[in-house]
Write a protein that binds this ligand. Structure first.
Ligand code: V47
Length: 372
């Protein structure tokens, strides 16, 4: 093993042993152990992480950099829960609170389809009164209004209380949602799985176990899904490794995750914000470790409204191969928490040019990563 690793020819006399081992293991296509993941988070320098993550992304995805044409619908920002990192939730009666009617949702979906989008991403607050039946109706409405759109909707956090209140089992409920039009499940609500941290930042939300169960069931029914990790708040590196480990295990079992999306905590307009934000360099280091650790999830999404357009080339050098989509001006989850670009919108030609200038090949994809 030692001999094979030396063949890679890295000369790293000053790097700590665990870092050298982690980098060389990843570049040899071996799976990182939790201890190696932790060592990379703690001690690996940006050039080493960039090298290994780029090598891994080239092996998995070549120079292809994916994007799609999509838009978001956020049905409401009323929410049963009061997570300390959230800037999106508003009380009913607040001038910035909203709850869309089915007609408004249908008209947004229709417009997205007419504009040439291929996907609608529907997510928002966990409305205090909306029922499972309402969500089924909402999906049917969108399906009817925009039959050609892939519907990626309702994070596990939104689904768990609806299914529980309807007294349904998860498999039956998900099958009903699928029949109503649901194509895949977005990655939101995972936050950080580690119980101690979850208790502090989102104690009312579904548990890590429940989040994982929703995705497991969805995968069993043939739906694909995404996974996120909210990082850069009070979690430690060990919590991030634990999060990645739990996702890697589920993916070994089902293979149902399309992509992984690290989301940097943004500090504006929420209670947790007093702690400030991590640097762009830490965002990049995190991308790289995620790329190396999640050897079984094909795509790493650099969600560009979070990243800021000017940082896209950097993210591509740290393992990212997917940028999400055009999005339009349709999401407020990030704009309310502080974003890099004042107006997080991008045209297809703008995204393509950024990717080309960075030396990669832009590729429009559908929601299942097939080239369009
Ligand atoms: O779960 C909320 C995050 C998520 C803040 O599946 C925050 O393709 C940072 O999951 N700072 C929702 N992050 C968005 C989401 C998502 C985004 C893009 C693509 C996909 C996908 C999914 O946004 C929440 C939470 O982790 N979030 N508030 C904040 N202040």
């Amino acid at each position: 093993m030692e001999r094979k690793r030396r063949l890679i020819g890295l000369h790293l006399p000053s790097a700590p042993l665990e870092v050298r081992e982690g980098i060389e293991a990843a570049m040899a296509g071996e799976r990182l152990t939790p201890a190696q993941g932790l060592a990379l988070y703690r001690y690996a320098s940006p050039p080493l992480l960039s090298l290994a993550a780029s090598y891994t992304r080239l092996r998995l995805n070549g120079l292809s950099t994916y994007y799609n044409r999509n838009g978001h619908i956020e049905p409401t920002n009323l929410c049963r829960y009061q997570c300390s990192f959230c800037s999106f939730r508003k009380e009913r009666g607040h001038p910035e609170a909203w709850e869309l009617t089915l007609e408004q949702i249908a008209s947004k979906a229709r417009k997205l389809q007419e504009e040439g989008n291929t996907e609608v991403h529907i997510t928002g607050g966990v409305h205090p009164e909306w029922t499972f039946h309402h969500v089924v109706e909402l999906l049917q409405t969108v399906r009817q209004a925009a039959p050609r759109l892939h519907i990626k909707a309702f994070s596990a956090v939104e689904l768990v209380p609806l299914v529980r209140d309807a007294n349904l089992s998860l498999d039956v409920a998900l099958a009903q949602l699928q029949a109503a039009g649901l194509d895949s499940i977005p990655g939101g609500g995972a936050e950080i799985f580690a119980e101690e941290v979850r208790q502090q930042i989102c104690p009312e939300k579904c548990t890590a176990q429940q989040w994982l169960e929703v995705h497991w069931q969805a995968h069993r029914l043939g739906m694909r899904s995404n996974a996120t990790m909210l990082f850069g708040h009070i979690e430690g590196y060990a919590d991030r490794v634990d999060h990645l480990e739990q996702l890697r295990r589920l993916q070994d079992e089902t293979g149902g995750f399309n992509c992984f999306i690290p989301l940097k905590f943004r500090a504006a307009g929420n209670r947790l914000g007093v702690r400030g934000e991590v640097s762009t360099l830490e965002v990049l280091r995190n991308y790289a470790v995620c790329r190396l650790y999640l050897d079984n999830i094909q795509h790493l999404k650099g969600y560009w409204p979070m990243l800021g357009k000017r940082n896209i080339p950097l993210a591509l050098a740290y393992g990212v191969d997917d940028l999400d989509g055009t999005i339009g001006d349709s999401t407020r989850i990030y704009s309310m928490a502080g974003v890099e670009d004042q107006q997080p919108t991008a045209t297809v030609s703008e995204l393509r040019q950024i990717v080309l200038d960075a030396g990669y090949t832009p590729l429009e994809r559908d929601s299942l990563y097939q080239a369009v």
